[in-house]
Design a protein around this ligand. Structure first.
Ligand code: SF4
Ligand code: SF4
Length: 73
């Protein structure tokens, strides 16, 4: 399923962790507000990294059943 939800209101301006760390470049900088936004949701491969690292808890990832078999955490 990938990205279950993204709440830009919770994103901390200037953080950029998800933009820099996502291996699939799912996030980009929304220059209008200086926060992250989802640009390529379909490219998410559910590694869970962004959801765990986000200090604002803005991102929720919902791993597919198949992924859970490989990454049971
Ligand atoms: S990791 Fe969270 S707080 Fe940081 S830029 Fe991404 S959405 Fe914003
Ligand atoms: S779960 Fe991984 S691939 Fe998906 S958006 Fe987050 S960091 Fe990128």
């Amino acid at each position: 399923m990938g990205i279950k939800s993204f709440d830009q209101k919770r994103c901390i301006s200037g953080c950029n962790i998800c933009i820099e760390d996502c291996p699939m470049d799912v996030f980009v900088l929304d220059a209008k507000v200086g926060k992250a936004k989802v640009a390529h949701a379909g490219d998410c491969w559910e590694c869970l990294l962004c959801g765990e690292k986000c200090p604002g808890k803005a991102i929720q990832i919902s791993p597919s059943a198949a992924r859970k078999l490989w990454y049971p955490y």
